[in-house]
Structures are given as C-alpha cells and as structure tokens.
Ligand binder design. Sequence first.
Ligand code: PLP
Length: 410
Amino acid sequence: LNALKQADPEVFEILEAEDARQHDTIRLIASENYTSRAVMEATGSRLTNKYSEGYPGKRYYQGQAYTDRVENLAIERARELFGADHVNIQPYSGSPANLAVFYAMLEPGDKVLGMGLPFGGHLTHGWKVSFSGRFYDAHAYAVDETTETIDYDAVARQAREIRPKMLICGASAYPRTIDFERFAEIAREVDAILLADIAHISGLVAGGVHPSPVPVADIVTTTTHKTLRGPRSGMIMCTSEHASAIDRAIFPGLQGGPHMNQIAAAAVAFGEALTPDFKHYAQQVVDNARVLADALQSQGLRLVTGGTDNHLVLVDLTPRGLGGRAAAIALEKAGVVVNSNSIPFDKRKPFDPSGIRIGTAAITTRGMGEDAMRQIADFMARALDNIDNDDTLSGIRSDVEAFCRDFPIP
Ligand code: PLP
C-alpha cells in the first residue's frame, strides 16, 4: 500500500490498524472470512475504472473487450461450481440480489412466506423494516419451539393457508441443514416460486458438505463473501425459464453499471472454489464448527438446537444470566469477535438479545483446526465467566494475540 501511504497517511493508518485487528483477534462473525491475496488484488484492480452497463456482448458503452471476458469467465465458473442453468453475477451484494428476485417475480402486494428474522431468516425475506416486508404481503414461518429446527409440516400447513406467490428458504442464523427438496415439494403443492437464499452456506454447497438447492429451487441467491470466500458481492442463479426476467430486474430494473472489479474477484474466488483444496476447506469449516460446539457445550453453554450441521453455532446465554450484547462486548475485550443474536422465541430485545452467533469460516481459512477450536472455547468460557473484570479480559486478550501468531492471514 505504498501509494496510499504517500497520498493519504490518514486512511493508510486506519487500514493498517484494521489489518492488525484482523490478525490479532479470533474472528468468529459467521458471515465473514479472509479472501486470498489474489481476490484482493482483483478487487483493487483497474476494472474499478470501467463502466459496463448491460451484459457481455450487449453493452451500452465501448471498451468492453476485457469486461466481457471476465464476466463470462465468472459466469462459466459459477455454472460449473453450482450446476446452474443461468447465472447473473452483477448484483452488488446479497440484499440487492434478493431485491431483484422480488422485482422480477412479484408485483407489489403479492404474498411471500419466508423464515422470520427472529428465527434465523434475513431482513430481505419479508421483515417489516425492509423493502420486502413493506411493499409485499409478507408472512413468516418460525421454528419448532421444542427442537428449535424447521418444522416442515408446519411450513406446509402455513403455505396451504397463505398460498404465497413466493416461498423463501435460507437463513442468516440457522445452524442446521436445510432440506431444499422438502421446501420444493411445499412450493410445488401451493404453486409458489421457491427462492433459496444460500448467502451463508454457499461455500459449503460448493464444497459438497451441504445439499445444493440447484436445481430444486427455481431461483437461488447468494453472497460471494461468506463461506464462499470471495469479494463482497452477490449472485443469482436460476432455471432458464426465469433467466431473462432476472437479468432485466438487475439491469435496467435496479442497477446501473456492474462493479467489474468485484466480478473479476468473484471469478478468481470461483476458480479457487473449484479446486480440491476448497473441498477440504469446506469440510474443515463444518468439522471445526462441530468441535467448537461440543467444546462450548462441555463448558456448560446451551446451544440452540443442541449443536450444528454447518459453519455456525448459536449460543443461548440465558442459563448463564447474561445478555448477548454484554457478552459480545466482553468477548471483544478478550480478542474474540462475535455478534449478539436473537435466539428463537427470544424474550429480550433485538438490540440486546439472548444469544451470540459464532462461525468458523474465517478461522478455518487461517488454518485453525480442532485443537484450536478447543482452545477458543476455553478463551470464550473464561471471558464469559469474567465479563465485568477488565484485567482478566485483557489477560485473555494477550493469550489470544499470542495464539493468533501461529495462524497467518492471507
Ligand atoms: N441473505 C442472507 C441469508 C444473509 O445472511 C445476508 C447477509 O448477512 C444477506 C442475504 C445480505 O447480504 P449483504 O449483506 O451482502 O447485502
């Protein structure tokens, strides 16, 4: 970052500090990762300078020889990775991808049925404060109160009652496998379009450690920056039947010029995800989550659903008499970065809910394995036992920094 250091020492200093933070802390935010240097180089490339409204071969401006090549490459690699008929790689991120699906497939006021935010769903799946809950007649399904997992028969009953035009599955905070086949059956029965949002788990799907919604869902959206370990971006995959509606919804419906630097970086990430190394990575993410979940349970913590099948673990702090927010703040003081999160049927408020959400995508990229997971559970339990003791928390932080030195970041 020599040029930046010369031109803008103030921003340079902030970025250096963020680098150090990413190195010295245990990053357990379930939606985060570390991309490769190659992905970062493509993100910071001169494609940032290029306008490319339209699609490969059908652009509105000249000078597209290389943008067309790189967008086609990203699309071809994504199709190979997920087996999709059609790929649109232009959504700026996950939320715009979902917005585009609504825009393409529905009219304002149409009924949708998605997983409620308090149960693990995303804002864009019909929650009131988002466009999806404001402009559509949005209904939510919950999880079963006892098992804390999706009750597919209950979703089917609700779908029969509501008859949504679109059924949405996929989540931001659901630690269990999602049965896309069963969702597809429900959608078929009520004649609904099925949207599967795999933003969180797309790296696990690509790596073959979570069932794929392609081709059982009509439309699949994802981010490219979570378990898939690419740049901040979004993608829509669909059957050929919906291809032109989706493309028109993205451009000219909702977006202008695509961010070609992001698209090039996504192509790089998809290339990486097609390698055998990525399959091992995805398996290790899931194995690590399981070991971390077991170790946290051994430390006396209660896990929502009792464990995990994927990259994330949701901890209910109620039995410890702690709120999620205070816990997340104390953990950060100890060098362990998580987010507070609602748990199903939470009695506390969303800004200070009862849980914390943790994920293993980023720490697995650093090469942390199962012994490291047990060590992390130990750091966490010590911090949670001492949330009001700043001296103890800063002692743990020193231990965490020493621990992190063994695991370089890309
Ligand atoms: N969909 C799901 C399931 C998510 O978890 C997220 C982000 O957390 C999104 C969509 C939105 O992605 P973005 O933050 O890139 O807009």
